[in-house]
Design a protein around this ligand. Structure first.
Ligand code: H2B
Length: 101
């Protein structure tokens, strides 16, 4: 199934429902802050499992107490698609249980 790039307006509308997420350079991204490095690592492991489940993978960056996700859809010519927002919503749903904000 070919993923369709979302329009600029669709991206802006979807981002309004996702505080903390932003669009930049053809990607959507968010940085989460956590209470410790181990907590941040646990979030990375959880996100990695969801990404394999969805077969959709962000660039996932672990810092000392931060986790950054940056994603677009390679198969859509590196444009932002519905699949990127599906991943963002899944991560938003699981992040609070890790103490991420
Ligand atoms: C073969 C496999 O389905 C593809 O490589 C998947 C894997 N993860 C992916 N992740 C992202 N972000 N974009 C893709 O197009 C993509 N394609």
């Amino acid at each position: 199934m070919a993923a369709e790039p979302l329009s600029q307006k669709e991206i802006e509308d979807r981002l309004r429902e996702l505080p903390g997420w932003a669009f930049e350079e053809d990607r959507i991204h968010r940085t989460y802050r956590l209470g410790s490095h181990v907590a941040a690592s646990a979030l990375v492991a959880h996100v990695a499992a969801v990404q394999d489940e969805l077969d959709h993978h962000s660039d996932l960056t672990l810092g000392y107490n931060t986790v950054r996700l940056s994603v677009n859809t390679h198969s859509a010519g590196n444009a932002v698609t519905e699949a990127d927002f599906t991943l963002a919503e899944r991560v938003e749903a699981l992040a609070p249980a890790h103490g991420a904000h």
